[in-house]
Design a protein around this ligand. Sequence first.
Ligand code: TGC
Ligand code: FAD
Length: 403
Amino acid sequence: MISHSAKVAHKYEAPDYYMLDDLMTEEQLLIRQTVRDWLNQHAAPHINDWAQENHCPTHLIQGFGELGLFGPFVDEKYGGPGLDYMTYGIMMQEVERIDSGLRSMVSVQGSLVMYPIYAYGSEEQKMKYLPKLATGEWMGCFGLTEPNHGSNPGGMETYFTDEGDHYLLNGAKTWISNSPFSQIAVVWAKLRKPGEEKERIYGLIVERGMEGFSTPEIHNKWSLRASTTGELVFDNVKVPKENLLPGKSGLGAPLGCLDSARYGISWGAVGAAMDCYYTALNYAMERQQFGKPIAGFQLQQKKLAEMLTEITKGQLLAFRLGQLKNAGKATTAQVSMAKRNNVDMALKIAREARQVLGGMGITGDYPIMRHMMNLESVITYEGTHDIHLLITGMDVTGIQAFR
Ligand code: TGC
Ligand code: FAD
């Protein structure tokens, strides 16, 4: 049976109260429509079932690649579509309108796997990996978080040693999106040198099949159930020396990738909020109580009007950030503000929208509860709500309050 939400998705109209579409190019609008139509056909009718069944729809990967969703900013020379950051944001918004887990799959591949290879990789690494990642022939994951180091990745314990003709990698990463089915992992680890106390962080490309490398799945999630999450375990893994990313080292290297991914989330979360708002508006217009549509009651109008106001503010934030990204001017703190505000906004809208639907809001017939549960992860990953506030706090005061 096709759920109500799937049927509604086919006639979905995105709220655009301040007419931002007027500021987009024809190409951007065309790409958005193409992605929207494709997702309405291939994902919207099934996403509730996939989430209920805890199934990650990896069969969509080829289609995602054909749509150019993997690393849209990557140059054509390396198999990417060579699009701008605004278009990247627009795409992430369309994907997350369907489900944050699908956006996770896509944004990890683009911003956290292709980006570091693109920005810090050797020419040989770019030629070897990027074209396969752009089509989805190979999928990748990004290993930064560890069991004992989440918000504080600088404390990581995963390390490697130089064994002459190869490196030897030991340690473990956890909470890694896509890890159980990825062909490669971009792993951040410290180079341990005998006699040297200070260890420096480098990125290594670890390939499935390397002896001692395993990727157990994490089960029992109530959130992002259409996305696969796992661990990365390294038990004396021999990594060829040519798999080290030569272009950048130090904690700034992985954090630089996060800027790109957090930017995508600032757009994506608005997509989830727009879907919740759209669903609530339609329901309120149709649902009759006390002899009239509930949309006619002031209390419901307050909810809807405030949702649209907050969505519009979030859209404007993401749009301006896109302009700054395209101009190469977006700062880490600006990205943090947008990620933090828009995810929080989306989560609050999901809660309000759920109430508009009354009891029906808790069912899988509508997308709201799924978005709400997903957003509970999105508000934590890529830097928690607290960490992003502290980044803004540091930016405005010049004083870091992390430690
Ligand atoms: P701190 O001393 O501030 O910085 C260390 C070095 O890094 C530089 N830096 C950055 N460089 C580029 N981009 C950024 N965003 C940067 N932020 C900092 C900084 O200038 C410094 O450089 P240098 O040359 O002076 O050494 O570092 P800290 O240890 O105090 O930590 C700061 C803090 C807390 C903000 C940072 O650690 C942080 O952002 N923590 C949050 C961790 C996080 O976001 N993890 C995400 C893991 S990946 C993920 O969640 C994927 S979910 C995927 C999905 O499914 O979508
Ligand atoms: P902790 O760091 O232990 O934080 C716990 C609480 O303490 C939070 O509320 C936090 O805000 C607060 N806190 C921590 N430090 C401070 C401080 N200085 N001041 C005030 N409060 C503080 N990681 C990857 O590397 N790759 C991935 O692909 C990836 N995918 C993920 C997918 C999912 C579904 C999830 C849930 C997580 C994923 N992560 C991934 C990990 C994610 O980035 C971390 O969960 C996140 O950075 C927070 O780390 P933590 O869970 O260890 O929480």
